[in-house]
Design a protein around this ligand. Sequence first.
Ligand SMILES: [Zn+2]
Length: 410
Amino acid sequence: MMKSSPRIFVCLFFVLSPLFLLAQPQGEHIILKNVRLLDGVSNEIKTGLTVIIKNGQITEIGEGDRQASSKATVVDLQNYYLLPGLIDAHAHVDNLDNARRALAYGTTTLRSASVGSYADVALQQLVASGKIAGPEVIPAGVFVQPDLGGSILADPRLAELYGGAETEEALRRLVQINIENGVKVIKTRSAERAGTPDTDPRKQVYSEEQLGIIVDEAKKSGIPVMAHAHGSVAPAVRAGVRSIEHGTYASRATLELMKEQNTYLVPTYSTVIDLTEPGGDYDHPVTTIRGKHMLPQMQEMLRQAMDVGVDIVASTDSGYGPESVNRVSTEVVNFTKLGMDPFTAIQSATITAAELLQISERTGSVEVGKEADLIVVFDNPLEDIRSIQDVIMVISNGKIVHNRLPFEAP
Ligand SMILES: [Zn+2]
């Protein structure tokens, strides 16, 4: 039986391949003319370009006009600025309305930081099938933490972990169940939450050894781990996680270790600002007071991280609900206020983020052969970074999903 299976596979492939081709999402043929381009790789604006998109991919970038076939949609960008679509490296989107909201603000890709169910896996598959244009989701599924809370209902097999996921066996099982459900990243925690009144964000939750078990189990399937850690950052770094989420209380020595090990930092800085202000995703008197203590810590840590040269990635830590105030562009602008130069800040939400998500060979910059994940803004973002907060066009996987052109600049 085993010996004949490769041949069966080959036969099935040839029989089924036309069906696969039919199932491919048929993208539009779009010609963008009068483009000013910031491709996200080079720190210079190129002008007078035409960008051609076919079947979801950028097929040509060149100077001057192109002959348009009758099937092509021609869009005059009026010499506004074309940039890579934004990547949100830490979000909690679990429904279609919020996914649409994220997309309208230029988030063409997002890495889920757990949603309490496998709604992020379903969202990923909906996008991959071409039924909706995005954002593309890197799903995390259920948070790997001692108390699964309401997520115990996400999969019937999780019931065996009721009462706490602490032992090696339980941790490996939880990671496996997530992977069997189709997650592409594992989210765990080194320390407690900041956004709830009864938790201490510096209190360690999993030991370095437990975190090491989680990293090891995920690695067997080639899956990276992201660790929530305001405090207790060093144990997570030493355990080999791919990114530290928050990092508020990281010491300089820990930041240097992160630089050495190529551990990314996803600070969710704007969320800590959100903690200190009424409304938004986090709104409670206790977290407001806590935020006021955390914010200067986070700012100092970020300045040190920039000084050390840690790769910093933008995110929202938001569900993109109707009350949410954070956008990826907010985080980018806030990074520049701490001294990051505008180009590096844009890269923190584009190519650097794509490298963290291990998808930089197909998105994160505007280059021929890459997916057409693009935004248009009205002003030069290298001169005024705030312009990326006002996205006038969004193209995701080669489909125009948001379009305010023709546009009159203020
Ligand atoms: Zn989060």
